[in-house]
Design a protein around this ligand. Sequence first.
Ligand code: BEZ
Length: 211
Amino acid sequence: MTVRLGDTAPDFTQESTEGPIRFHEWLGDSWGVLFSHPKDFTPVCTTELGEVARLKPEFEKRNVKVIGLSVDPLSDHKGWASDIEETQGTALNFPLLADADRKVSDLYGMIHPNANDTLTVRSVFIIGPDKKVKLTITYPASTGRNFDEILRVIDSLQLTANYKVATPVNWEHGQDCIIVPAVSDAEADKAFPKGYKKLKPYLRITPQPNL
Ligand code: BEZ
């Protein structure tokens, strides 16, 4: 199955390191990050999970719940958790789905058979409080993700959900934004009291509106 932007994130019930998870119920009114990694007891995945545990306060600040997945059984996840704590200096503090029956991996298209026909790739799904998919990213097994980038994207998604702006290349929280083309200059004059610079009719730059 292909999960595309704007789709309702498929719901599921699956075992995890924190007990059975009913996904939509578990998300509640929060944003969510669902991410897969290829396999337990592998080096890159070990560093990724340690980093996500370290960044948990940053996700919480943004009202985001994080949940990992691999197609390994719960017994493996539990054994691996102590390795993550030992080597990365942070204990797992978010649930890891034990998707040994590939229920969730198949629902979300996390197995790419021409890359590997049994293991999940490094997928990321960001889900809004309306349960719609806001972002998807896919990395190969050999490349660890940059979770600071995931946080940066969440900042952009949360801002652009509430204001008629988009964020330019390499934007980070606090930097200037772009007024979306659908907003007329007359509307922009009212909606952006800090003003804006009009570099072109379609390129209007304004300070981040929620600061
Ligand atoms: C890793 O997490 O280190 C890894 C997993 C599968 C293939 C290659 C690397």
